[in-house]
Design a protein around this ligand. Structure first.
Ligand code: MIG
Length: 666
C-alpha cells in the first residue's frame, strides 16, 4: 500500500513513524527527468489534485505553482507561492488514485499544471529525500493510509475548543482584565485570551515584564478563576544580552545556529540582535523545551510558537554589507549606485543568503540550513511538546505553531498566519481546512476577523459563523488595526448569539475532532471525498463536510442575504437564529438559495442523521448565570437536544473523556 523510494543521502526528518524498506528502481507512477532532476506526471483533462496543506488557492490545487519553503509571508494574495508551512503531500485523483509524499526538508516546487496545464512537475532543489507513494481504495482511504504512516495527530485539551480572543497586543494586566470584562459582562462566552510579544521583558523569551505584570502567577489565577486561560506567544529568536540566562546558556553549550566557521549566527528580530536556537540539535531542543516550565510554573497551560520559519528582519552580515556600500559613497558617487541601496534595504528581511549561511549540528553532523529549512519551526514546536511530556506527562498542553512540516502534526496544531480582513480570506480559511487535515494537521484555524487591515462588523460576524466549526476558534488582529473584539462592535447581541452556537455545538465538534485524531481520519472533507461519483460535488470549493453528519456552507461575501448551496443528497437545513431558536427544514438534493442573517449560523445535517447540541438554557444556567466560562462542563443526557432528524433511529456516537489528560481511548 505504501512504497518508499530513497534518493541521495536524506536526513531523518522523522516525518514518518513507520519503518518501510526502500524499493529498488524507479517510481512507477512518475516519470523521472534525470537531466532536469524533476518528476513528471501527465494529467488528463479532468484529473484533480488535492493536498499541500497550508497553501494558497483552491481545494483542487490544479492550475498553480506551489513552492514548499516555509516563509514569513504577511500578505496572502493570490500569486503567493509559499506560506508558513511545507506540507509535501499531494493526492492525485485520476483513473488511478494515489498519494505522493516528498519527504524533503529543502525547497520543493510543485507545479500542478501551471507551466503546462496537463502536467504535474515536482522539482526539489536538493535531491536528498525519500518519496512515498500511497495507495488505497478511495481518496479518503489513501489519506488514512498516509496518516497512519505519519502518526497520530496532536490532541489539545478540551478547553482549547472554546473561543479565544487575541490581539497584538494586550500588553499589561489592565488590558487583559478589560478583555475578560468585555466578554463576561456582556454575557459572551470565552475560554482563552492570548498574550502577544509585548508581555515579555524586551521581547526576551521566557520572561514576563515585571512592570506590566507585577504578580504574574496571581494574575494568571485571577483570570483562570473566571474560566479563562492565558496563552502566551514564544518567538524563535533569542535576544543577545549579557546576563540573560537563555542567551548565556545557549552560547556556553553551542546551542545556537552557527555560520560556516562555527560562530553563532547574528540576526535581528523583535528583540533586536538575536541568535536562533539550533532546534535540529537534540540537546538544544531539550534545553529550550525545558524553558517553557518558567511559564508553566505560573499556571500557563498553552502556548503559540511564532516567527519560526525562521523569520529574519536582517542579519548582521547583510547589514554590514550595506554599511560598506554606504561608506563608499562620497559627493562624486553616481545616482545609480546610491539608488541601488534601496533594493539592498528591501531585501534584508528573510534573505536567502542568510538561510544559506546558517548551519545546524544534527547528531554531530554540520548541515547547511537551506537543505533542512522546512524542519526549523517543526523542531521548535517539537522541543516544546517533548518538554511538556516530560514536565506534565499526564496533562494536555495547548500548542500551535506558525511554521510547520509534516511530522509536526503529532506535536501541535497550527494557525494560518497573517491573513487580512478581506472577504476572500474567509474562503481561503475554509479551503485550507481539508488540505491541512490530509497532511495530519487537525487543530487548525485562521485569525478570525482577519489579522492585517481593518475589519467591519459584518465581516467579523460572517467569519465567526465559519469559526464556530474550526477546532481553533480565535479572533486575532494586528497592531494598529481596528479593535475587533466582539464587544467592541455595536451589535454585541449578534456576537453573543454566534458564540453561543459554538458552545452548543462543542460536544459535536470535539467528538468529531477526537474521532478524526484517533482514526487517522479527516475532520473536514471536500464534498468530492464523500460523494465520489457526483461531478457537481467535485467542483464545490466553498462548502465542506464536517465529520460524518454535517455539511457547512458559510456566507463569505459582503451584503449578502444568504447564499446558494449545493446539496449532494437530501439534507436538513439547520439555522441557529435569534434568542437561540433553531430552525429546521428538509431540503431536496440540488441547488438552493438559503437566507442567512448576519447573526445566524447555518449548517446541513445529512439524510437520516441527527446530532446533539447543548440546549441554550443549559449554557445560560451553567456559564452565563455564574459568569464563569467553564469549558469543562460535563453534560447530561437531558442537556442535549437533537438536530437533523431527531426521530430517526440513527445513533450518534458522542465521544467523551476528561478533556485534560492523555487518556484518550476511554
Ligand atoms: O512580525 O507577534 O503571525 O500573529 O501577532 C510579526 C506579533 C510577528 C506575527 C504573527 C502574529 C503576531 C505578530 N507576529
Amino acid at each position: 500500500m505504501v512504497k518508499k523510494y530513497v534518493f541521495g543521502n536524506p536526513v531523518n526528518t522523522e516525518a514518518v513513524v513507520e519503518n518501510i524498506p526502500a524499493q529498488k528502481g524507479e517510481i512507477e507512477v512518475l516519470t523521472f527527468d534525470r537531466q532536469e532532476q524533476k518528476f513528471i506526471y501527465d494529467m488528463k483533462e479532468d484529473t484533480k489534485v488535492y493536498g499541500l496543506g497550508e497553501a494558497n488557492r483552491g481545494i483542487n490545487k490544479r492550475g498553480f505553482k506551489y513552492v514548499s519553503y516555509c516563509s514569513d509571508e504577511p500578505s496572502h494574495t493570490e500569486e503567493k507561492e509559499s506560506l508558513y508551512g511545507a506540507h509535501n503531500f499531494i493526492l492525485i485523483d485520476d483513473d488511478k488514485q494515489f498519494g505522493i509524499f516528498v519527504d524533503n526538508p529543502g525547497k520543493v516546487t510543485f507545479d500542478i499544471g501551471f507551466e503546462n496545464r496537463n502536467q504535474i512537475i515536482i522539482a526539489p532543489k536538493y535531491m536528498d529525500m525519500s518519496v512515498y507513494v500511497i495507495e488505497g481504495s478511495s481518496l479518503n482511504d489513501i489519506v488514512k493510509n498516509f496518516r497512519k504512516l505519519i502518526g497520530r495527530s496532536y490532541i489539545p485539551p478540551k478547553w482549547a475548543f472554546g473561543f479565544g480572543q487575541s490581539r497584538w497586543s494586550y500588553e499589561n494586566e489592565q488590558s487583559i482584565t478589560d478583555v475578560a470584562k468585555g466578554y463576561v459582562d456582556n454575557d459572551m462566552l470565552i475560554s482563552s485570551i492570548y498574550m502577544d510579544i509585548d508581555y515579555m521583558e524586551s521581547y526576551k523569551d521566557f520572561t514576563v515584564s515585571e512592570e506590566r505584570f507585577p504578580e504574574f502567577k496571581g494574575f494568571v489565577k485571577q483570570v483562570r478563576d473566571k474560566g479563562i486561560r492565558l496563552v502566551p506567544i514564544i518567538d524563535a529568536g533569542v535576544k543577545i544580552e549579557r546576563g540573560y540566562d537563555v542567551y548565556e546558556e545557549g552560547v556556553a553549550n553551542n546551542y545556537f545556529v552557527k555560520d560556516i566557521d562555527g560562530k553563532d549566527y547574528v540576526t535581528a528580530v523583535w528583540p533586536g540582535l538575536t541568535h536562533f536556537p539550533d532546534f535540529l540539535n537534540k540537546d538544544a531542543r531539550e534545553w529550550f523545551g525545558n524553558k517553557y516550565k518558567v511559564l508553566m510554573d505560573c499556571g500557563i497551560e498553552g502556548f503559540w510558537n511564532d516567527m519560526n520559519e525562521p523569520a529574519i528582519f536582517y542579519s548582521q552580515n547583510k547589514l554590514d554589507e550595506i554599511r560598506e556600500k554606504i561608506l563608499e559613497i562620497d559627493e562624486n558617487t553616481d545616482d545609480e549606485k546610491i539608488l541601488d541601496l534601496r533594493w539592498r534595504f528591501n531585501e534584508l528581511a528573510n534573505n536567502k543568503d542568510d538561510y544559506e549561511a546558517m548551519y545546524h549540528n544534527m547528531d554531530g553532523r554540520q548541515i547547511n540550513h537551506d537543505r533542512v529549512h522546512n524542519l526549523y519551526g517543526y523542531n521548535m514546536t517539537r522541543a516544546a511538546a517533548e518538554a511538556f511530556e516530560r514536565l506534565e506527562p499526564d496533562k494536555r498542553i495547548l500548542m500551535f505553531s506558525r511554521s510547520s512540516y509534516i511530522g509536526m502534526h503529532r506535536y501541535s496544531g497550527i494557525w494560518m498566519g497573517d491573513n487580512c480582513s478581506w472577504w476572500s480570506h474567509i474562503l481561503l480559511n475554509l479551503k485550507m481546512l481539508p488540505s491541512l487535515n490530509m497532511c495530519g494537521f487537525l487543530y487548525v484555524g485562521a485569525d478570525i476577523g482577519g489579522f492585517g487591515c481593518n475589519s467591519s462588523e459584518d465581516m467579523v460576524l460572517r467569519w465567526m459563523a465559519l469559526g464556530v466549526f474550526t477546532p481553533l476558534m480565535r479572533n486575532h488582529s494586528a497592531l494598529g488595526t481596528r479593535n475587533q473584539e466582539c464587544y467592541n462592535f455595536p451589535c454585541v447581541k449578534d456576537f453573543k448569539q454566534i458564540l453561543e452556537v459554538r458552545y452548543r455545538l462543542l460536544p459535536y465538534i470535539y467528538s468529531e475532532y477526537m474521532k478524526a485524531a484517533l482514526n487517522d481520519d479527516m475532520m473536514f472533507r471536500p464534498l468530492a471525498f464523500v460523494y465520489e461519483d457526483d461531478k457537481m460535488a467535485a467542483g464545490v470549493e466553498d462548502q465542506l463536510m464536517l465529520g460524518d453528519d454535517v455539511m457547512i456552507a458559510p456566507v463569505y461575501t459582503q451584503n449578502a442575504d444568504g447564499r446558494y448551496v449545493y446539496l449532494p443528497e437530501n439534507m436538513t437545513l439547520v439555522k441557529f437564529m435569534e434568542e437561540g431558536a433553531v430552525y429546521s427544514e428538509k431540503l431536496q438534493k440540488g441547488i438552493h438559495f438559503v437566507e442567512v442573517k448576519l447573526n445566524e449560523v447555518i449548517m446541513f445535517v445529512r439524510e437520516g442523521h441527527k446530532i446533539p447540541v447543548v440546549k441554550k438554557s443549559v449554557i445560560e444556567d451553567k456559564m452565563l448565570r455564574t459568569k464563569i466560562m467553564d469549558c469543562s462542563i460535563e453534560y447530561k443526557k437531558d442537556d442535549y437536544e437533537y438536530i437533523g432528524e431527531p426521530d430517526s433511529s440513527y445513533e450518534y456516537k458522542l465521544y467523551t473523556d476528561d478533556g485534560m489528560t492523555r487518556k484518550y481511548e476511554g
